[in-house]
Design a protein around this ligand. Structure first.
Ligand SMILES: O=C(O)CCCC[C@@H]1SC[C@@H]2NC(=O)N[C@@H]21
Length: 262
């Protein structure tokens, strides 16, 4: 059983490559970009054998979950391209709300780009970009959603749409995502519309105004999650009143808000 979609299941202007099984949809999209593909194009499957997560972690997903990567070739600086991840979060939250219908689920967005249902992770996003000679930046936004099952033994709790009571298929979710992505991508508009994406993202943000600790590698920053700035950095207000911008890290909510930098 593969990933089966009708020809009108994706938004106009986008092409689709779907796979019964593949190593990683992000890797496939990057390989195609290096071979000359410009997109916009989706790469989707319900089974990855070598799925990749942020910070070089594996992305483990049982068959039936949605792995979807979209390739866009864009003429912007890498820092601007990175803000497309926030558009992906908003697009996913919108798609999830659409497939959930009238059932109310507390979907929220966890900085930088997870989708939560309650306190559990439902979707992870991996954004990768490569300069392609003479053609700008090939940006691949990979989105993995736990549709039928969540992985076990993860450091933070995870859940799936099925565990939440939704008998939605990966194909149905992808059709909704294809539409919401096209809308959010259009609003983002090569970064010119990040202000509106940022506004929508903040309206869905988890933990805003709450105590947070962010582990950035060698450093932990604790304080209050104040906002995200116009480059997508998380702004943490420490107990000394400093506003610390953070560009990457693992976020933990509900920690003591003592100021600790370094
Ligand atoms: O939370 C994370 O660590 C990000 C996970 C991203 C997983 C998706 S699934 C589709 C795409 N292909 C991959 O190999 N990774 C991303």
């Amino acid at each position: 059983m593969g990933f089966t979609l009708g020809p009108r299941a994706i938004s106009a202007g986008y092409r689709l490559a779907s796979f019964d099984q593949i190593g990683s949809t992000n890797s496939e999209a990057l390989a195609r970009a290096n071979a000359g593909e410009r997109g916009p194009m989706w790469f989707v499957t319900t089974e990855q054998t070598a799925g990749r997560g942020r910070r070089h972690r594996p992305w483990i997903a049982p068959r039936g979950n949605l792995a979807a990567s979209v390739l866009e070739t864009i003429d912007v600086a890498p820092a601007t391209a990175a803000t497309l991840g926030f558009a992906a979060g908003v697009a996913l939250a919108t798609a999830l709300r659409n497939v959930a219908g009238s059932v109310s689920v507390p979907f929220s967005l966890k900085w930088p780009n997870d989708v939560l249902a309650g306190h559990a992770k439902l979707t992870g996003i991996l954004l990768e970009a490569e300069a392609v000679a003479g053609r700008g930046l090939a940006v691949v936004v990979g989105m993995g959603t736990n549709v039928v099952a969540a992985p076990e033994g993860t450091p933070t709790p995870a859940t799936s749409l099925r565990a939440l009571g939704f008998e939605v298929t990966a194909e149905q979710l992808f059709t909704a995502l294809s539409d919401s992505w096209a809308e959010c991508r259009g609003i983002w508009d090569e970064g010119r519309g990040f202000g509106e994406i940022r506004r929508r993202w903040l309206a869905l943000a988890a933990g805003l105004g709450q105590p947070v600790s962010v582990h950035t590698g060698q450093t932990t920053v604790s304080g209050i999650f104040d906002t995200i700035d116009d480059t997508g950095c998380m702004i943490v207000r420490t107990s000394t009143g400093d506003s610390v911008p953070i560009s990457a890290g693992d976020v933990h909510f509900g920690q003591a808000a003592s100021a600790r930098v370094g």
